[in-house]
Design a protein around this ligand. Structure first.
Ligand code: KG4
Ligand code: ZN
Length: 352
């Protein structure tokens, strides 16, 4: 079985060809950093136009690098949501066009399910497992019981952790995208210099909150003596922020592990996914958490943690194997929760 996946839900235009056995035949990712850098964040309209300009070439590159033609394909998968709707429409229309022209089944993949199932592609992890999904748009703890079967234990009541990395980077004058820049700066800093809050730590449940942490970074920076922030100030603040984020994620994850063991006594794996899972400090922290709870940590390789289309092709394969395809009337979805039954989490006047 050979499936192409297409990903266009945020600021990466990506296409990949993956086999039914999980061999990645090609994995092409074009990041739109240059287009969004002047704005310090992703601009939806700019992203949609860039996807439209590049998607055909990226699909062609993915097919060429895999050494396949459209006639070799068994199905076409594309991110159907959630995400920036202009971009999602571009990817879905491209996939539908290939499916229609070649009379192939089409699978609309939930982007979050792509992240959620990546560890089955890379680490052959069996169901059920506990998933920590940490990206620019999401911070969630979910029990993954099977394809399409998720129980959400926790989510963020305000910002996502990746968003907090990106916004803190902006406050510190670091490069865009912020996550890798904060991590690089933190390597040179003292994580104990600034005493930042640990939002939600010790609270019941498994929800996250990150906007207070970002606000504390801003307050602390503003309180430093007037004048330019020194490089060392920036490094120390980046390290202190990263330590605070890792601390709260560790504590929330421990609580989720307890709930997971309760519901799935046979489960032994903690999977971390999403762009922030590329962070080495977070990975090391989660290794410790997993080891102390008798769990195994499965973390996909870095380039499969951030947005890519191999994860979309693979989630498409998992669904296709179960006979779950979509027809060409599928409408792109700006919102698409993995666990629609989960009650909305409310924070300080915020609904998530
Ligand atoms: O999963 P992803 O590629 O896109 C979304 O679906 O959101 O995640 C992107 C997020 C961004 O917020 C980025 O700053 C963050 O992941 N990120 C990192 C690192 N690499 C990417 N955050 C912390 N440390 C990193 N090394
Ligand atoms: Zn993502």
């Amino acid at each position: 079985m050979i499936v192409i996946g297409i990903e266009t839900s945020c600021d990466e235009t990506a296409a990949a060809v993956v086999s039914g056995e999980g061999e990645i035949l090609s994995n092409v990712v074009l990041s739109q950093f240059e287009q969004h850098r002047p704005f310090g964040g992703v601009v939806p309209e700019v992203a949609a136009r860039a996807h439209l300009e590049f998607v055909d070439g990226i699909v062609r590159d993915a097919m060429d690098q895999a050494g396949k033609t459209f006639d070799d394909l068994d199905a076409v998968a594309a991110t159907g949501g959630p995400g920036l709707i202009g971009g999602v429409i571009v990817g879905v229309m491209t996939a539908k066009a290939i499916a229609l022209a070649k009379n192939l089944p089409f699978v609309a993949v939930n982007h979050l399910e792509g992240h959620a199932l990546t560890a089955r592609l890379t680490n052959k992890v069996a169901f059920p497992y506990l998933l920590l999904l940490v990206s620019g748009g999401h911070s969630q703890l979910l029990i993954v019981r099977g394809v399409g079967a998720y129980t959400r234990l926790g989510t963020t009541i305000d910002d996502a952790v990746g968003e907090a990395f990106d916004k803190s980077a902006k406050i510190l004058g670091l490069d865009y995208p912020g996550g890798p820049a904060v991590e690089a700066a933190a390597k040179l800093g003292d994580a104990t210099r600034f005493d930042l809050p640990r939002p939600m730590r010790g609270r019941p449940g498994c929800h996250f909150s990150f906007s207070g942490l970002k606000a504390a970074v801003k307050r602390t920076v503003d309180a430093l003596p007037p004048g330019d922030l020194s490089d060392q100030d920036v490094y120390d603040m980046a390290a202190s922020f990263q330590a605070a984020a890792a601390d709260v994620i560790a504590e929330r994850t421990r609580k989720a592990i307890a709930a997971f063991k309760n519901q799935c006594p046979d489960g032994t794996t903690l999977v971390v996914a999403g762009g922030v899972a590329a962070n080495e400090t977070l990975r090391a922290t989660l290794e410790q958490v997993a080891a102390s709870e008798d769990m195994t940590l499965a973390a996909p390789p870095l380039k499969l943690c951030t947005d890519n289309a191999a994860m979309i092709a693979w989630a498409g394969i998992e669904r296709f194997k179960l006979g779950q395809t979509d027809d060409l009337t599928f409408a792109p979805r700006p919102r698409w929760p993995l666990d629609p039954s989960a009650p909305s989490a409310t924070g300080a006047g915020v609904k998530a």
